[in-house]
Each structure stands twice: as structure tokens, then as C-alpha cells.
Design a protein around this ligand. Sequence first.
Ligand code: PEP
Ligand code: MN
Length: 340
Amino acid sequence: MIITLRKGTKQKEITAVTEKVKGLGYKPHVSRGEDITIIGMIGDSAEKYKEVFEAMDVVEHVNEIQKPYKLASREFKRENTVVRVSRNVEIGGKKIHVMAGPCAIESRDLMNDTGKIVKEAGGTILRGGAFKPRSSPYAFQGLGEEGLKYMEAVGEKLHMPTISEAMTVEQVELLSKYCDIIQIGARNMQNYDLLKAAGRQKKPVLLKRGMAATVKELLLSAEYILSQGNYDVMLCERGIRTFEDSTRFTMDLNAVPVLKKFSHLPVILDPSHGIGIREHVGTMAKASIAVGADGIIIEVHPRPEEALSDGPQSLLPEQFRNLMKELNLVAKAVGRELLD
Ligand code: PEP
Ligand code: MN
């Protein structure tokens, strides 16, 4: 249920409403827009208290949220959410952000070299996996905390925020010390304990869509994070499994306008995993921006043939540099900005 307050409400009045919500055993979720404040009262049978709030002077109106996801819905918040990452990076506004780097943090040198390439080409966030969800238990599993230290040092040196994936609750805690954005991977989109842990800490979260998950399920997973009080959530389309086997996954570009309609959260696209073929990653990156992405996440490796993970879909430095220039043109064509 959403409680919309009258224009120009004072903090004292907002507190009176949130206290009432708490008194009834619910958690209030406050969203302050330009001139109106709305309070989400989410939980089982919240609607039965509709009249209690309608009777309050400060309340303009009370509406039920029809969608099963509440805080993630456009009904709860009309304006787009802008996620504030460290180092003045804001995702969800006019500027499109490019997160790039190797699939896995393989060594200190790799992070140094790739960080420089990404930064010089105009990428704004450095990616690198320290804990890798590999299909085979014999494949490289990541360097763990040691890798996080390498990436943190490069982020510090280049003044770039960093992103890395957490697969367990303990890793969420560890990552929140070293990284600026916590990634929840496709294979863990419905790991509800993990989602709750990501919601209990303060760092922004990039939530990837499960390869067999619907848009609605993605939004319900985002709801888990939001309901714990972390409102800095970004949704990521990274390709779904279909009958098509000429590409690694099928990038569901349809999901972008649909997610934008249903939710206020920023949408990030991952063309690297989405198509999985280096030659075509750039094309899908351009399509991602044309279709309305707020950012893209892309794999880059100086020597993809030696990569310990996802080499075949990693862009070469030169390809990445050229792509950034092309992406800048597409961004302009759709009224966005990319390079400064
Ligand atoms: C990754 O970003 O390297 C990754 C494993 O992504 P996904 O969870 O989308 O497969
Ligand atoms: Mn990868």
C-alpha cells in the first residue's frame, strides 16, 4: 500500500506517519520526490489499515499497489531512480556508464593493464570477478580476497569504482569492504538469503537476471533487496536460455522497455554474456544503448586467448576503444551522454 502525503509536508509530519506504520507492525519505506513524499507500507494485509491513514490530515490519498513487487514498481516511485555509486558516479541519469574489465581477476598485472585500457577509453567502472560461478568445478574459481585487493588498488589509483560478484552471504560482507558495487550473478538471482544479505548492506547492487527467469521474477528478486532497506539496485539483462544455440544466450532486448515501464530502477545490459561471441558483442552493445540501457557491462582482456574465463567473448583493447567511440554516437542519437 502506498500513502501519498500532501505537497510541502514537513519532516515532523512524515515522522508521524512512519511512526504509525511502525506501530502497526510494518516497515515504512519513504520515497521523497521533488515535491511529494510517498510512504510504502508493505507487508501482509497492509490494505486493511487504509482508512486509518486516509483519516490523517497530512495524507493526500492511499493506494494499493497492484503488482506483486511493490518497492520496485513504478506505482511506488514515478521518477527514475538514480543510483549513487562512490566517486561521484551516478547511474540512471542522462549519462550512460560503461563497466568494463576482465571476466575474472587473474593477476595484479592484468588488473593494472586492463584498468588503464578501460579508463583511457572512457569506461567509468572497473569489473572483475574474484569468486567465479563456473559450470565446471575444475575450471578457474577466482583468486578470492587476494584478487579483490588487486582490483581495489587499481580502482584507487585510477579513481574508478569497482564491481565484483558475491555468491554467498559471507562474500557479500567481504565484497562490501573492497568494492563499490556488489554483483549478484544470474545463477544466484533466486538465492533469497543472498539477496537479503545484499539488502542489509549499503553498497549498490547489480542484480543479473537468471537465465531462466521472467521479468516479473527479476523484479521480485529486486524486491528482496529493496525490502531490506537498500534502495540502490540496478537490474541487469544478460541473456536468457532459449532454443537458439548459435549464440551463448539470447539477449532479451525486449526486457528493457518492459522493465522501464514496470520499474523505476536503472537497467544495465551485458552484451558479453548476452551473445557470448566477441565478434558480435559490439553490435549488441550498440543495440543496448539504442534500446534505452542506463549502462552496459562488458568484458575486456588484453590477451583473451590466455584468459582463464570467458576469453571467447572478451573484447581486445583496440576493439573496446573503437566501440566506445561508436557507443558515444549512439548515446547522442538517443538523447543520452557517454564520453565526457
Ligand atoms: C560474469 O559477469 O562474469 C558472470 C558470471 O555473469 P552471469 O552471472 O551473468 O553469468
Ligand atoms: Mn564472464
